[in-house]
Design a protein around this ligand. Sequence first.
Ligand code: NDP
Ligand code: MG
Length: 381
Amino acid sequence: MRDIYLLGATGSIGTQVCDIIRAHPEVFNLVTATAHTNIKQLREVINQFHPEYVSVGTHEAKRELQELFPNQEIGVGETGLIKAATYEGSDGLLVNAVVGSAGLMPTYQAVLKGRDIALANKETLVIGGDIIMPLVREKRISLLPIDSEHSALMMCLKNEPKESVTSLIITASGGSFRDKTRAELTGVTVQDALLHPNWSMGAKITIDSATMMNKGFEIIEAHHLFDVPYNRIQAVLHQESIVHGLVEFNDGSMLAHMGHPDMRVPINIALFYPKRIPYQAQQLDLTTLKKLQFDRVSTKRYPLFKLAIEAGKTGGITPTILNAANEVAVMLFLNGKITFLQIEEIVLECLNKFKQTKSLTIEYILETDEVVKDYVHKQYS
Ligand code: NDP
Ligand code: MG
């Protein structure tokens, strides 16, 4: 049995992780689970898996839950998240499916504890990759991606000598507005933005896909995960979302990982690695595919894609500024406070306004995250 510590159990990834745990009761034991506000969904998780410890975002949510489960141990906020991530036990796996920078600290503490990690929370690596990955290597733990493109790259890189790898390529569907020109983005609605053509995901990543910030984040994520320089990682538009990642080798050949878009495939890979386990995914019938298209990503059409890669290359605190501004801007857009195009204006404004003042530490990342988020809230809420 493998113990699972699941952060973000109520989200899009978290509920799919729960389904997989439920399908393999002889393999996994859910020991801790967290939610932020969705008490209804967390109730289901408690009733089904009886975790030893759960945690929620607010004291009010805790009170509500405690009334329903008087004997359940319940934590709150960041302390609760960290406790859930580092909960006692030795051979377990942290599955971090929280959204946003809130995922960094629990990952960091779990790494310090020497716990293996399956990571959906890409923001951890976007803002903290320079600190997390050297620690992962020092502690000799495994940190496996759940993100589909990185899972695909990992499978293509498996058993290949590093020196034969020429470049990494990830694909982008183009998001909900891929058929619109920039001029047509003026006045688009939240509902339109949430209609992703190929994937069903949480609200924040769906908006990040529409702005293509997500693909910029994923280039930073790939850089940290696979220790490959930025000039050897690229993204291509691929509207069918069948090929998820490709690795190019020095003999001119490429390996690609393909399949219908289904996050349970990369989640299964991360949970069972290095084994592949049977899963009834929709079969890929090559004869009905007809064509797979690949195009360049236009940085004029998707300025946040470019800004993210530049922030990654600059490194230090810059990705934290980018991420914090984006996180609040996306939330304000979802709440109808700003327009879609203002997301990129706000990110650009913050990148110009805030600068690195000291060397990178976890504390400095958290402090900057808070300062930038406060600024955007005050200016635009
Ligand atoms: P969701 O919004 O669906 O779920 C987010 C989860 O995190 C929920 O359980 C939510 O709790 C919890 N949460 C939200 N805010 C906080 C906070 N401040 N502190 C602690 N917990 C919080 O997101 P997704 O599942 O879509 O995404 C999760 C992560 O996985 C993201 O980093 C995303 O980029 C990444 N990812 C997602 C993919 C997908 O297909 N969805 C694909 C690839 C990567 P509650 O529900 O109670 O509010
Ligand atoms: Mg992805």
